[in-house]
Design a protein around this ligand. Structure first.
Ligand SMILES: [Zn+2]
Length: 120
């Protein structure tokens, strides 16, 4: 079994992936993501499946997964309340759009559990 902190990180990374996938599916043309380079991350292992994303969203996902993995804040605050703002500005803007869109959509579907760990 993973230590609790590691399990939390993993769960939040999967939530991030879910949000980005929902957003990408509705806005872009997701590709066979197995062919998208993701900064040598084993994304499939982290999120439990091969993500289906366009190239831009795949890069965003890689950025988000690395940032979550390396977050030095303990306990981690919600990102919007964090003094550090570790995301690169362009990615930060992008993830906020993703969170707003996918958050609303998943709430409407009754998937409020996804909101428990809203990251932006
Ligand atoms: Zn996309």
């Amino acid at each position: 079994m993973m230590p609790k902190a590691a399990a939390n990180i993993r769960r939040e990374q999967r939530t991030l992936a879910r949000f980005i996938e929902v957003y990408c599916h509705d806005h872009h043309e997701p590709a066979e993501a197995a062919s998208i380079p993701l900064q040598a991350l084993n994304v499939q292992e982290i999120i439990g499946h091969v993500p289906v994303l366009c190239t831009g969203c795949a890069k965003l996902l890689a950025h988000a997964l690395v940032k979550r993995q390396n977050c030095p804040m303990d306990p981690k605050p919600m990102c919007k309340h964090c003094p550090k703002h570790c995301y690169a500005p362009a990615y930060r803007q992008q993830i906020r759009k993703v969170m707003a869109y996918s958050g609303r959509k998943l709430v409407l579907r009754g998937r409020v559990d996804y909101l428990l760990h809203l990251l932006t």
